[in-house]
Design a protein around this ligand. Structure first.
Ligand SMILES: [Zn+2]
Length: 447
């Protein structure tokens, strides 16, 4: 409980990294912050067990459009939510696309899905960064850039009794391609902060292009395929941006040749989102804007191919020449990457490159965990596949701040109390210890 006049209940992602959902009750208002689905083996609180009915929720704030933060919005609407959905302009633009994709996998009819999407569009409102807005009953809110994906934000609530709460949302690392670094909120009483990588220090991000280049050259030296499982929103665009730099870099002549290695974005959703990233250049960082001004569109290059329809996706399995294939889902728990794994795992020329977080219980986590074991077999759709592929991981590509990044951000805010969420227990414990060493008070008992 933050203070006597308000209450926070974590309905998801308190000690896990997916299914974000937090309820702030203040001044008789019920305010939900994110409403995401879980991935892997993480579990959700069923809506009928929530302390409030969806019809009694006044506002839904969305920190960004990743599915583990928005995926339950349709379920919320179906259960009677009629409040306002408040987010940044870019999140508002991405929302229908992301939810449409999620609804394609639901049991709903086309008409039911269309009705839900239309309701969401009517209820959602986009707001600018770094401006203070009145909500209701003396509560104010402000969004700041979180540097995680396009449109991502932290939210600072100013309550009428002077108590201030910041929800970090997913906080990005500095130097994330295309995006400005996270803003620092004004000081607050309570900081609800994510802790995904609370126990990790990422590889140096300034060297990430070289590292990606080195892995690609090594992986392609046997003329096989490189499979990169990637989230359609955020990671696909970052990878395109980095490969664009790499394919122009004279230091990588093997990639930067007259016949460059083709890069296939085998993700219709990833392609749609890339179009939205392209159209919202006002939210890019200085480097990306300067490239555009110089005539080098930062997320387009010559050997980049979009794979839209399913027939072309199937044809991609048969190509024998070296290729880089970027496909969803990012944790290999569905999507087109599954077909590539089924056909490619048995081939020692295949390389799998992980560039994102792999949640417990996902196929991606299993491939990574087993990569150095004698039995590297992988279970996909109930069938065991022998894994002869090489497995690589680039942690410098994380969309989340690492332990030093989280500590630096928290110290700059100087909160009176921190509550850690959105992290596995080991990450939270490690971060808690370090924050306390910096004289930052963290709620909960040391574990
Ligand atoms: Zn996210």
């Amino acid at each position: 409980m933050p203070n006597i006049n308000s209450k926070i209940t974590h309905l998801g992602a308190e000690h896990s990294v997916t299914g974000s959902c937090h309820l702030l009750q203040v001044q008789g208002l019920n305010i939900l912050i994110d409403c995401g689905i879980t991935q892997g083996s993480e579990t959700l609180v069923p809506i009928n067990q929530w302390p409030v009915k969806p019809s009694d929720i006044n506002f839904l704030f969305l920190t960004h459009a990743h599915i583990d933060h928005i995926g339950r919005v349709p379920e919320l609407i179906q259960n009677g939510f009629k409040g306002e959905i408040i987010c940044t302009h870019a999140t508002q633009a991405l929302l229908p696309l992301m939810l449409q994709d999620a609804l394609n996998f639901s049991d709903l009819s086309r008409d039911e899905a269309a009705k839900i999407l239309s309701d969401i569009e009517q209820l959602s409102w986009g707001f600018e960064y770094q401006e203070s807005f009145d909500l209701r009953k003396g509560i104010k809110f402000k969004f700041g850039r979180a540097g995680h994906i396009l449109g991502s934000c932290w939210i600072r609530f100013e309550l009428p009794d002077g108590f201030n709460i910041v929800f970090s949302g997913d906080l990005g690392a500095k130097n994330t391609p295309i995006l400005p670094d996270p803003d620092i909120p004004e000081p607050c009483d309570l900081l609800i902060m994510e802790s995904t990588y609370g126990d990790k220090t990422h590889e140096d991000r300034t060297l990430r292009v070289q590292k990606l280049g080195n892995v690609l050259i090594k992986a392609l030296s046997d003329k096989g395929k490189v499979l990169i499982p990637a989230f359609a929103l955020g990671r696909v665009q970052e990878l395109i941006y980095e490969m664009d730099r790499l394919f122009l870099d004279p230091g990588f002549p093997f990639l930067n040749s007259k016949t460059p290695i083709p890069v296939f974005i085998d993700s219709p959703l990833g392609l749609r989102i890339t179009e939205i990233y392209s159209s919202l250049s006002e939210y890019w960082d200085k480097e990306a804007k300067e490239l555009l001004q110089k005539g080098d569109h930062p997320i387009k290059f010559k050997s980049l191919y979009g794979v839209e329809n399913h027939a072309d996706h199937i044809k991609l399995m048969d190509i024998s020449s070296p290729a880089i294939i970027v496909a969803g889902s990012g944790m290999c728990n569905g999507g087109r990457i599954i077909d590539h794994l089924k056909t490619g795992l048995n081939n020692p020329k295949t390389d799998i490159l992980f560039v994102g977080y792999q949640a417990k219980g996902t196929t991606g986590r299993e491939i990574l965990t087993n990569k150095d074991k004698s039995d590297r077999s992988v279970l996909i759709d109930g069938k065991s596949y022998t894994n002869k592929a090489s497995v690589h991981q680039l942690t410098g590509y994380s969309g989340h701040a690492d332990q030093p990044g989280l500590i630096e951000w928290a110290r700059a805010i100087n909160p009176k109390l921190v509550k850690l969420i959105h992290g596995e227990q080991t990450a939270q414990s490690a971060l808690k210890k370090q924050l306390r060493l910096c004289n930052i008070q963290v709620s909960g008992i040391e574990t």
